[in-house]
Design a protein around this ligand. Structure first.
Ligand code: F6R
Length: 244
């Protein structure tokens, strides 16, 4: 695992963007694993700007997202479908049929899970997987637990995650309590992992990840130590507990 420490969130986005840009330019049909939340937003902005300048072409790129809240309609403004549409898909020349997120709104969750695993099997190994990290060390919605899913599954969100995500909703009661999320093996099925961590709230998780003392399912991000090419981009605030 490689750590790249940056001054601020803008430098994190720029450094992460360099990796994404090089990969898409050298392999125009790259498969990107995408995350929602605040962490990747500045990176997505740089991808959009680069497309607008004519540097990057997404016409052959495929994307697969990490997760979607369970029971939420894709048209709902709180859904991750909507988030991706707003923050990336509608602003670059990605083809709609090449963008995938779990369809978590129907009654039959098991079917949605099987369908998403089939999508992941079909797109194959990703070129880059972009990740954020939860304050509790979750990646995607694989929450700290005695056991973690290998493949896509229905997961219960912890109170910590519900509270952290409440900022996107009118009230905490509106935050869904379950999600359909890629499993740990799915996340690892990528050539490169880019993990973005910015802000003080992530400092304990970043310190624990950096220390890398043990692989611990109660700190899911620690499993990334098993991946051969993980790069953690952290800003000064997220990294401030390291060497303290
Ligand atoms: C989002 C996801 C989550 C977030 C994490 C950090 O698709 O899977 O694991 O990456 O909760 O969220 P932010 O970036 O909002 O701090």
């Amino acid at each position: 695992m490689k750590f790249v420490f940056c001054q601020d969130a803008s430098e994190v986005a720029e450094k992460a963007f360099e990796v994404v840009k090089k990969r898409i330019q050298s392999k125009p049909d790259s498969v990107l694993g995408l995350a929602t939340g605040s962490s990747p937003l500045a990176l997505y902005d740089l991808m959009i700007q680069s497309y607008e300048k004519g540097e990057l072409d997404f016409s052959q790129v495929t994307t697969v997202n990490l997760d979607e809240y369970a029971g939420i309609d894709p048209a709902n403004t709180q859904s991750y479908h909507f988030f991706m549409e707003q923050n990336l898909f509608s602003k670059v020349n990605l083809k709609k049929e090449n963008t995938f997120l779990p369809r978590a709104n129907g009654k039959n969750k098991q079917k949605a899970i099987e369908e998403y695993n089939a999508v992941l099997d079909q797109v194959g190994i990703r070129d880059i997987q972009i990740l954020g990290i939860g304050q509790n060390g979750h990646i995607a919605f694989n929450e700290p637990s005695d056991v973690l899913n290998c493949r896509t599954g229905l997961v219960d969100l912890t109170q910590n995650t519900i509270a952290a995500n409440a900022r996107f909703f009118e009230s905490i009661e509106e935050v869904p309590t379950q999600a359909i999320s890629m499993g740990m093996a799915d996340i690892m099925h990528t050539r490169t992992v880019i993990l973005i961590a910015t802000g003080k709230k992530k400092s304990e998780a970043v310190k624990k990840l950096y220390d890398g003392i043990k692989i611990d399912t109660h700190f899911p991000a620690s499993l990334l130590w098993l991946h051969p090419d993980t790069i953690v981009f952290a800003d000064w605030e997220a990294a401030y507990l390291i060497n303290k």
